[in-house]
Design a protein around this ligand. Structure first.
Ligand SMILES: Cc1cc2nc3c(=O)[nH]c(=O)nc-3n(C[C@H](O)[C@H](O)[C@H](O)COP(=O)(O)O)c2cc1C
Length: 322
């Protein structure tokens, strides 16, 4: 079956499946296998710390696959952002994702260099603003997802279908997607691609300790601790306190505090972008629902595609088993 959407056409990939940005560990080690298996892997620029570090990792990725690789720029939180964008341009990257904060300056530069610009948001309101600013596609993360959250975030089911009624550019769905059923559901809602964070962490290639992969494999989506982290609203007092600090502390520091409040962590804990600290803050999302093993990236992508094709061709919808 051919999986052709505006996203596969735009990115030059076989399947409309993208792996997420990861603070702490989002390098070529996870990005290249995703691209090689037919999806789009993203290198997370700030993990490489310096422009030269990013250049070396892009070159490493190119030695691992000749398929397209993308770079994520998590805006406003890290030094060297402009120089890193120039490195991505020099290295011939064809698609880049911006996230976390508004990215008109960064996106305009990327587009001028002929790079496809994807922007990731947590709300439909911000997706519509991004469209007005000329992004080529948006990732909308529903509240089942993890990473940077928002107080006015909708569940994936509602957010994607509502956005699809209003937007002209292609939408990529994120938040809680982890298997054939959630992949197909996202496309049925109106998305033209999916974007998976938690699910790709539980693959053999992901450069995180096994105990985190096993946590994702073994945790159920109705685990109260996980639900509290991912779904519960922030403590209003903590949120108010952090909102008041907005213009008083450096922007990156403030964003980190806000992220902690939204994930029910202590906002005043020292910010730390090393892998262990990032994994403690955002260990997984409700996407654990579809994960019951730790396959290779290729086995995982193939299982999504095979499962989706079975559902479509053999009619294996809920209750109707072919
Ligand atoms: C450990 C971890 C670190 C993350 N770091 C970043 C980051 O630095 N920048 C970013 O834009 N998103 C980051 N994300 C969010 C993911 O890229 C993605 O949007 C999210 O995981 C999607 O939801 P899902 O986990 O349900 O698939 C992170 C997610 C996790 C789990």
């Amino acid at each position: 079956m051919e999986w052709k959407t505006r996203i596969t056409e735009m990115l030059g990939v076989q399947y409309p499946i993208i792996s997420g940005a990861y603070g702490g560990f989002g390098t070529s080690e996870i990005a290249a296998p995703v691209s090689e298996a037919g999806g789009l892997g993203l290198i997370t620029a700030h993990v490489l710390k310096t422009p030269e570090g990013l250049r070396q990792d892009i070159q490493k990725a190119k030695s691992m696959t000749d398929k397209p690789i993308g770079v994520n720029f998590s805006v406003g939180m890290f030094p060297h952002e402009d120089d890193m964008i120039e490195v991505a341009i020099e290295e011939g990257i064809t698609v880049a994702e911006t996230s976390v904060f508004k990215a008109v300056k960064q996106g305009t530069r990327l587009k001028k260099a002929g790079i496809k610009w994807i922007h990731k948001v947590a709300t439909v309101k911000h997706a519509l603003i991004a469209e007005q600013h000329g992004v080529d596609a948006v990732v909308i993360v529903g509240m089942e997802g993890t990473g940077f959250k928002s107080v006015d975030q909708l569940p994936t089911l509602i957010g994607i279908s509502w956005a699809a009624k209003q937007m002209k550019i292609p939408i990529i769905a994120a938040g809680g997607i982890s298997d054939a059923r959630t992949f197909l559901a996202a496309l049925a809602l109106g998305a033209e691609g999916v974007y998976l964070g938690t699910a790709f962490m539980a693959t053999k290639e992901c450069p995180i300790p096994d105990k985190h992969k096993e946590y994702i494999r073994d945790t159920k989506p109705d685990d109260p601790k996980l639900m509290n982290k991912v779904l519960a609203p922030p403590d209003p007092k903590d949120l108010e306190r952090v909102m008041k600090q907005r213009s008083q502390v450096p922007h990156g520091e403030w964003m980190s505090k806000l992220e902690r409040v939204l994930l029910k962590e202590d906002p005043d804990e020292k910010q730390d972008f090393e892998a262990e600290a990032v994994l403690k803050l955002a260990p997984a999302s409700l996407a654990v629902s579809g994960i019951d093993s730790i396959p290779t990236v290729k086995e995982f992508i193939d299982s999504i595609i095979q499962g989706a094709e079975d559902i479509l061709t053999k009619g294996i919808f809920a209750g109707v088993r072919g």
